[in-house]
Write a protein that binds this ligand. Structure first.
Ligand code: DQA
Length: 141
């Protein structure tokens, strides 16, 4: 089983971006954790980071050919991108929404997710561990 892991906009700056909110680990370090977790679970991962909405939509479309699940941190797009929500619904692949920060304890606009209704579940607030938990959820099927 292969899982597509998508990091959305601005997550390429992890490590230097608002470390008080997102921690000090770089995206490369988080990707290493994701790879290690995947191998311990006996699954494969394809990891991509996109700053643009279209790139995320294209990655979701491509996953329908060879992925059994999607783990997605949509970044800010999660709060308003109907295009990404529609893409997840269109491919009918089990998806898990991830956020590093606890979006419910932050600004009001972050409490809304338009992708949550088309995902199997959402994990937020555990830093890089959010991805580990999401991979467990993806592998549990
Ligand atoms: C985020 C939360 C979003 O609100 C924010 O726009 C991000 C990161 C997170 O992982 O906590 O870019 O998705």
């Amino acid at each position: 089983m292969r899982v597509l892991v998508i990091h959305g906009p601005n997550l390429n700056l992890l490590g230097e971006r608002e470390p008080g909110v997102y921690g000090t680990q770089t995206l490369a370090q988080i990707d290493e954790l994701i790879e290690r977790t995947a191998s311990s679970l006996g699954i494969e991962v394809r990891i991509q980071q996109h700053n643009d909405e279209g790139g995320i939509v294209d990655a979701i479309h491509a996953a329908r050919k060879d992925c059994g699940a999607i783990v997605i941190n949509p970044g800010a797009y999660g709060h308003y991108s109907y295009a990404i929500a529609d893409a997840i619904a269109a491919v009918a692949i089990r998806a898990i929404e991830v956020h590093l920060s606890n979006v419910y304890s932050r600004e009001a606009f972050r409490r809304e997710s338009v992708v949550a209704p088309v995902c199997a579940g959402s994990i937020a607030g555990f830093g890089p561990l959010s991805y580990v938990l999401a991979l467990h959820a993806a592998a549990a099927r």
